[in-house]
Design a protein around this ligand. Sequence first.
Ligand SMILES: [Zn+2]
Length: 150
Amino acid sequence: MKTIITDNVKRFLELQEKVNNQIDKEGIAESKVADELEEIGDKLSYEEIDSVIELSKSPMTKLEKVLYESPMKDRNYEKHGYGGCICCYKPMKETDCLLVHMNEHWMALNPDFVTEENCFELTGSNSQGWFPIGNDCAKKMKGFVFNPNK
Ligand SMILES: [Zn+2]
């Protein structure tokens, strides 16, 4: 089965996360949020519902991922100093540059879901912005890398 991520799927997952957080913290969800969740739930197609179930199985691992750390990092740091790829400090041409969105817990964020605006709401930590990541290291972070040239 292919997971599809439509606007409604995204919104549904966002709201579900919000409702779960509110229930965790306050024992009850805001009725405005719960109503919108129900409303969007009614609009989902069967395919979208399957995708929501698939993505809900481990929502946090879909939203955040520990950043890959290259074994070459120390060596590159000694050679080139800080800069370039965030995972290995290898210098990069700006044109080759892919980006990874990080929050203040230093977790990489799934660009399909997490934006600078909803970052705190979804991950409990503010956005730190976008950092360059080289092609090789990006392969280790599949699904968490954004290509600005596409
Ligand atoms: Zn790298």
